[in-house]
Design a protein around this ligand. Structure first.
Ligand code: PGA
Length: 227
């Protein structure tokens, strides 16, 4: 199966110029080598359209997603500040991350809230990348991809061992009827192949190493089995 490598910029890409530099940098690198893995990028809301325009203009084989979604619908009573599934769908977003560990802890998002969000995404026709911190966390029905991200491994440089991640992901797959499952947490261009070579791991969700074109492109190239 084609591996999935997803870059989550979180709150780290600050200016429009940063976004432009990333996109043109990736386009330049992509001229020299073709990536085999399926690649998706998750910009902050305010830059989604900008990234979409770059993908179109530069003809990049990149999927596009949002990092979060409202648990409310635009057809509900108005809610100030929310970005709904309907809005994301309307501007051509394909994917959404739901349940990232940082939102579970810093924004107090519960399994119940996250399941509401998943319902909104599904109803609008968005593909869901649902993050779980362990194999025991409930996963709503209809999720397309699960990202297993042990909290201690996120942004710490202390990645879980590929063998342990493979074992946990095997359990998640067994419990969810064989959903596609990624590993996330301190994955880099240097260690990515030790994950993608594991039998159960279908790809990776990448934070820090997705922030520069060179790191991310090298990671994506290294993620596919050596030709
Ligand atoms: P990291 O983040 O790659 O910086 O550890 C992973 C994630 O939170 O998705």
């Amino acid at each position: 199966m084609t591996k999935i490598e997803a870059g989550n910029w979180k709150s780290k890409m600050v200016s429009p110029g940063d976004v432009d530099a990333w996109m043109t940098g990736i386009a330049e690198l992509a001229k020299s080598k073709e990536a085999v893995s399926q690649t998706i990028v998750f910009p902050p809301f305010v830059y989604i359209e900008r990234v979409k325009n770059h993908i179109h203009t530069l003809s990049l084989p990149l999927g596009l997603g949002a990092q979060d979604i409202s648990r409310f619908s635009s057809s509900d009573k108005p809610v100030t500040g929310e970005v709904t599934a309907e809005m994301l769908k309307a501007i051509g977003v394909e994917w959404v991350i739901i349940g990232h560990s940082e939102r579970r802890t810093k924004m107090a998002e519960t399994d119940e809230i996250l399941s509401q969000k998943a319902g909104r995404a599904k109803a609008a026709g968005l593909k869901i990348m649902y993050c779980v911190p362990n194999a025991e966390t409930p996963v709503p029905l209809g999720v397309d991809v699960i990202a297993y991200e042990p909290p201690g491994a996120i942004g710490s440089g202390k990645a879980e061992s590929p063998e342990e991640a493979n074992a946990v992901i095997g359990r998640i797959k067994a419990a969810t009827g064989g959903t596609v499952v990624l590993y996330g947490g301190s994955v880099t261009a240097d260690n990515v192949s030790s994950y993608t070579s594991q039998a159960q791991i279908d790809g990776n969700l990448i934070g820090g190493a997705s922030l520069t074109p060179k790191d991310f492109f090298t990671l994506v190239i290294n993620s596919s089995p050596r030709a």
